[in-house]
Write a protein that binds this ligand. Structure first.
Ligand SMILES: [Zn+2]
Length: 131
């Protein structure tokens, strides 16, 4: 299974799970792919987002839920994050969601290259556990 970040014409963002890239293309062409929030059929794929841990302190509940979600759905690549995010962006590595650590300067460099990086305050003890 692969997960794509999708968006409808009304800018609702949601995740779509597909057996393969071909499966995604087929559903898109069939117009069987619709927004779960408004039913809009003009669905587009968003640039890939990777998650980086900035080591900030924990935040209240909303963020913690997102962190749980990220930890469940991403692969931990640790300090190799900047390198791995680049490889995925330039299609040198299999496309997938990753998380890891990077310095603010590295994050800035990735963003300059058009790589979408989401900074999250993932507590250190949560890194490297669940995959
Ligand atoms: Zn929608």
């Amino acid at each position: 299974m692969i997960v794509f970040d999708l968006s409808c014409e009304n800018k609702h963002r949601f995740e779509g799970w597909f057996a393969s890239n071909e499966d995604f293309e087929r559903q898109l062409n069939d117009r069987s792919l619709t927004c779960p929030l408004c039913g809009n059929g003009k669905v587009v794929r968003l640039p890939h987002a990777s998650y980086v841990n900035t080591g900030s302190r924990e935040r209240p509940d909303g963020t913690r839920k997102l962190i749980d979600h990220v930890i469940e759905t991403t692969e931990d690549v640790g300090a190799a994050f900047p390198e791995e995010a680049r490889k995925i962006h330039y299609r040198e590595a299999p496309e997938r969601h990753i998380r890891g650590t990077a310095s603010p300067r590295e994050v800035e460099a990735l963003q300059d290259e058009g790589i979408e990086v989401v900074a999250l305050p993932i507590p250190a003890h949560r890194m490297g556990k669940a995959h």
